[in-house]
Design a protein around this ligand. Structure first.
Ligand code: ATP
Length: 300
């Protein structure tokens, strides 16, 4: 069969870290592999078993923890088409009056291919960011009485378990507000896999620091005195996005040492051998604060 199988990289030795995502525990990888294993088996077997593939998952947790990154990498791992991305608030604001039509369009390619090829169809991924935005209005009569949220959720439900069940889609919903997500969306056959992506712990932060400084290490621009372990210990409550911001900030401090005096910026000759030092990171630490959570505000 010509069916594009899931990539071999969801094998037992696969690590998300190798895909540039740090701080995900082994359990995440296991849950993930089990959930999507069926996609590498021959469709004929799946048919014989009478099961349907996992069609939806929800990634939830604080902002900047890599949910978007994960959703996109999942697409690559499952050998899916370039994912379609939609954003909750955008659906509500921009497309008032045609939200159903927009949701319909999102699924149109998958539907067309499924009609032609059935279970031999490739996988289509739809990433729905800030899914809570369309949920909180469901049944509440809010949203200017438009009921847009309602119809978006209903349209999603009908696409997920409609009369003509699509077995070639994966809807990945993302939210910072798990509590806002409509229960109807979370039932089996819908966004049935719900995975929390929390702030990274210390080893996780070290992984993320390693990922974001990998090129510097390779090109020998990271000074030997940079203590990534120490930084991992000092960045409690930092998300992956915060850590990436920290590295960027340190780099900008390092750049500033190689700008010559004068009103017009010019770069000194030795910039080509530039190093990013621990002091640059310490300077960065004094200006980068975690966007979310702190020692005295307990995270949910
Ligand atoms: P939001 O809820 O705000 O949309 P998110 O959880 O989707 O956030 P991303 O947009 O994936 O977060 O993360 C932003 C950037 O932060 C990423 O592109 C990446 O550079 C960095 N980052 C976040 N989490 C991680 C991680 N676990 N490992 C490596 N880099 C990360």
């Amino acid at each position: 069969s010509k069916r594009p199988a899931a990539n071999a990289i969801i094998g037992p030795d696969f690590k998300f870290e190798d895909m540039g995502i740090g701080g995900l525990d082994a359990e995440f990888t296991t849950v993930f592999r089990r959930a999507f294993a069926s996609r590498i088996f021959p469709p004929a077997l799946i048919d014989k078993l009478g099961i349907i593939h996992v069609k939806g998952m929800l990634l939830y947790g604080p902002p900047g923890t890599g949910k978007t990154l994960i959703a996109r990498q999942i697409g690559k791992m499952l050998n899916a088409r370039e994912p379609k991305v939609i954003n909750g608030p955008e659906v509500l604001n921009k497309y008032v009056g045609q939200s159903e039509e927009n949701i319909r369009k999102l699924f149109a390619d998958a539907e067309k291919e499924y009609k032609e090829k059935g279970d031999e169809s490739g996988l289509h991924i739809i990433i729905f960011d800030e899914l809570d935005a369309v949920c909180k209005q469901r049944g509440s009569g809010a949203g200017g009485g438009t009921g847009v949220g309602d119809s978006v959720v209903n349209q999603l439900l009908s696409k997920l378990d409609g009369v003509d069940q699509l077995n070639n889609i994966l809807l990945i919903g993302m939210t910072n507000r798990r509590d806002m997500i409509d229960d109807a969306l979370l039932r089996p056959g819908r966004l049935e896999l719900q995975i929390e992506i929390s702030l990274p712990d210390e080893p996780g932060r070290l992984q993320i620091l390693n990922i974001h400084t990998a090129k510097m290490k390779k090109s020998n621009t990271l000074s030997d005195d940079v203590d990534l372990k120490g930084l991992a210990a000092q960045t409690k409550n930092f998300s992956g996005a915060d850590i990436s911001g920290l590295v960027r900030s340190a780099t900008s401090f390092a750049f500033s040492h190689y700008i010559k005096p004068g009103t017009t910026a010019s770069v000194s000759e030795d910039a080509i051998n530039m190093k990013i030092s621990m002091q640059d990171f310490l300077n960065a630490m004094s200006e980068v604060r975690p966007a979310f959570g702190s020692d005295d505000a307990e995270l949910e």
